[in-house]
Design a protein around this ligand. Structure first.
Ligand code: NIG
Ligand code: FE
Length: 412
């Protein structure tokens, strides 16, 4: 599976990336979660990592490969943004202004984006989507998951999934985002539609199914039905849960063996114990806390309890309209207690774990050559220099892509 963020995939290539001052491989050891190599090189063959090691010990087989000398820069695996809602119409900046003035975030705001999305043409949605993809790629994201969930009719959810699938293989059906206005009096009838004809229409484009299990969205029983229907169609499971208050989302996700439960703003000890003893990743979305003024979860305590943590942007027009994974790293360090190394791991290898991928988020032989060259000597700068465009180059399958590069300059 590729799962990359290209709409027109570049030709895979051979390349020797050398002069790497600090290489983050994410081949973790007990005292270095990032699997750091210094003065390193990466040999890429046909878009795949063939070798990593000291720059002074590059194998002879690399002699013919073009060379990219990064002159002491830090290199990390491309970010894996495992949670976004990028297919939508309209704008909710007024809602953001109201929130900053004290109004609370409410799930109901989703319905205004649903109305705008239903009214948008495919061409309009595709144009917005492409801009957002270019934007996130320029910030170092090389794998992105995209959810549906702003259509909420059979035809609209099918087209959102189809449009998302033009950009990534990591497409998630989120028909159970909120109950749309036309079903306001009969949420169970809407769940029947989601678990039946809507799922049938969207599933061919999707790898995952997700449900917003929260007061104001779907009950645990309704969420169970949606997940069971998705599983029966062969989709992997994801859950939005514990975002607006304590609830059953985390425990439901763990009980169903979901790949990920996302948000986790309000967790109790039972949730943490359930996560720590499971294969379900907890995907933290600090852009949401930033943009809604909700409390940041204590990622330090979660990490120490043994929970596997991913960081993702949740890019959407309501609760977190940012595509910046560097910002997520900075927030996770400043506000949630992770070390810079842990935050970089969570934004790369953690995202890969949340998507059950072992070919991205890591730089070891056999992995996709998705690399980000930072305009910095160390990955720590992602938190140390917040808001600064540090992504110098993005390599996707070993190929330099447009959108990286704030310094222009050097290269092959
Ligand atoms: O992940 N929690 C539900 N869904 C989105 C919010 C989408 C919106 O407000 O439009 C989220 O935060
Ligand atoms: Fe979300």
């Amino acid at each position: 599976m590729t799962g990359d963020v290209v709409s027109a995939a570049p030709e895979p290539a051979d390349l020797l990336v050398t002069g790497i001052g600090e290489l983050t491989t994410n081949v973790s050891t007990s005292d270095d979660v990032c699997g750091t190599m210094r003065d390193a090189a990466v040999l890429i063959r046909a878009g795949i990592v063939a070798w990593t090691g000291p720059a002074a010990e590059v194998p002879d087989a690399a002699a013919e490969a073009p060379v990219l000398d990064v002159d002491g820069a830090a290199v990390i695996p491309g970010f894996v943004d495992s949670h976004t809602h990028l297919v939508f119409g309209g704008d909710r900046s007024a809602e953001f202004v109201a929130r900053m003035a004290g109004r609370p975030y409410a799930a109901g705001g989703i319905r205004s984006t649903v109305a705008a999305t239903r009214g948008a043409t495919d061409a309009e949605l595709r144009a917005r989507l492409r801009l957002l993809i270019a934007e996130l790629r320029a910030q170092g994201t090389t794998t992105v998951e995209i959810k549906t969930g702003y259509g909420l009719t059979v035809a609209d959810e099918e087209r959102l999934a189809r449009l998302a699938r033009e950009m990534t293989e990591e497409v998630t059906f989120l028909g159970a985002h909120v109950v749309p206005p036309e079903f306001a009096d009969d949420a169970n009838a809407y769940v029947d539609l989601v678990a039946g004809p809507m799922l049938a229409a969207a599933a061919p484009h999707c790898r995952w199914i997700d449900v917003f299990c929260e007061r104001g969205a779907f009950t645990p029983a309704q969420a169970e039905r949606v997940l069971a229907a998705g599983a029966a169609r062969g989709l992997g499971l994801r859950v939005h849960g514990n975002q607006l208050g304590p609830g059953e989302g985390v425990r439901l996700a763990v009980a169903r063996g979901a790949a990920s439960v996302d948000h986790g703003t309000y967790l109790d000890d039972g949730d943490i114990a359930a996560l720590a003893g499971s294969d379900t990743v907890l995907t933290l979305l600090p852009g949401v806390e930033f943009s809604t003024r909700q409390p940041y979860p204590d990622a330090r305590a979660l990490w120490d309890a043994g929970v596997t943590i991913a960081l993702a942007s949740d890019c959407n027009p309501g609760s977190s309209f940012t595509s910046s994974m560097p910002l997520m790293v900075a927030l996770a360090v400043r506000e949630m207690g992770l070390t810079p190394d842990e935050a970089v791991w969570a934004a790369t290898a953690g995202g890969a774990a949340a998507l059950r991928r072992d070919d991205v988020g890591v730089l070891r032989p056999g992995a996709r050559a998705d690399l980000v060259v930072l305009r910095a000597p160390t990955r720590t700068y992602l938190a140390y220099r917040p808001g600064v465009p540090l992504v110098d180059d993005v390599l996707l399958g070993g190929v330099r892509v447009d959108g990286g590069g704030v310094s222009g300059g050097r290269r092959t």
